[in-house]
Design a protein around this ligand. Structure first.
Ligand SMILES: Nc1nc2c(ncn2[C@@H]2O[C@H](COP(=O)(O)OP(=O)(O)OP(=O)(O)O)[C@@H](O)[C@H]2O)c(=O)[nH]1
Ligand SMILES: [Mg+2]
Length: 299
């Protein structure tokens, strides 16, 4: 019998580097939401890839940050927790932006322990090859780096080679999840994330940091074969309410339509989605609300 190999691989890096896109590409499923706005991912999300003898459990994490509120502290704690006891740390660097000092600080940080460190320089589809080569030479100064892979998660280039390489770090000899499990997150969590993603994509720059999604109701009607989902988009400022609603409710309608389509794909049934905007001042510092939404502090 062939030996089973499995293990956890933490995906870390700066905000907006392309971590979640890479996770989705590695497991060939859209599990983690993606947007051009930094701090899109707010908590660790497992993406599981299972083959006959392998199980790779990728941990997508929030982008490295200096916490400015309680939610930020929870996010930072998530990153810390993600790199404990993993078989490998995969540090993602935005190849289009180039390798910044902040990336090198992270290389240094993750070179300090005994966990193998692999680098994925991503977005090669929009990077200039000569510029990228020059940038990559900056990494030569760090002997703890095991390998550097240049990939495009968006175009699925180089991702398979990276995955094959990551397999060599797996040390555990049992499967942690069933073969058909692709994430540790509930459908309710994924539904909220989809709504947040569509809001991030459609709203302008300054609002998205302050929004949260609160699910009021999610029920399935067997006779009609449809889901009834009712959720609040929470914002901190009264002035944002009108922007989220849009002129004659156009913005919230667009968010709703876009989210509904993606949720229907996820749940495989028709969805009736009702969205509301609620103002909750300073909710990112309220343990009560953070808990209610599901961003609980875990040690
Ligand atoms: N062209 C290109 N764009 C990419 C690629 N990977 C990610 N992006 C884009 O980069 C932006 C950020 O991607 P995310 O995957 O959300 O980045 P992240 O590191 O998870 O960001 P946070 O969760 O905010 O830390 C999005 O607009 C993506 O579409 C890539 O390989 N090529
Ligand atoms: Mg992310």
């Amino acid at each position: 019998m062939t030996q089973i190999k499995s293990g956890y691989i933490a995906i870390v890096g700066r905000a907006n580097a392309g971590k979640s896109t890479l996770l989705n590409s590695l497991i060939q499923q859209k599990i983690s939401i993606v947007s051009p706005k930094p701090q899109t991912t707010r908590e660790n999300i497992l993406g599981i890839w299972t083959e006959d003898n392998y199980q790779m459990i990728f941990v997508d994490t929030p982008g490295a940050l200096v916490p400015k509120n309680q939610l930020g502290s929870i996010m930072a704690k998530n990153i810390e927790n993600a790199v404990v006891d993993v078989d490998c740390i995969l540090l993602v660097i935005d190849g289009h932006e180039g390798i910044k000092n902040a990336d090198l600080d992270l290389v240094e940080k993750y070179s300090k322990n005994d966990i193998p460190l692999v680098i994925a320089v991503t977005k090669t589809d929009i990077s200039q090859p000569e510029k990228l080569m020059e940038q990559l030479s900056k990494l030569n100064a760090y002997p703890k780096i095991k390998e550097v892979y240049a990939v495009s998660a968006r175009k699925n280039r180089g991702v398979e080679e990276l995955k094959q390489h990551l397999k060599t770090y797996l040390t555990d000899e049992k499967m942690y999840f069933e073969a058909d499990e692709i994430t540790d997150k509930s459908e309710r969590f994924l539904v909220c994330e989809i709504i947040r993603e569509k809001a991030l994509l459609l709203l302008n720059q300054e609002i998205p940091h302050g929004i949260g999604i609160e699910l009021n109701k999610m029920t399935y009607n067997e006779i009609k074969n449809n889901w009834l989902i009712d959720a609040n988009i929470i914002t901190e400022k009264a002035s944002h309410k009108g922007i989220i609603l849009g002129k004659q409710g156009k913005m919230i309608k667009s968010i709703g339509t876009s989210a509904r389509k993606a949720i229907e794909k996820l749940l495989g049934a028709h969805v009736n989605l009702q969205l509301w905007v609620k103002i909750k001042e300073d909710w990112r510092n309220s343990n009560f609300i953070l808990n209610e939404i599901g961003y609980s502090q875990r040690d």
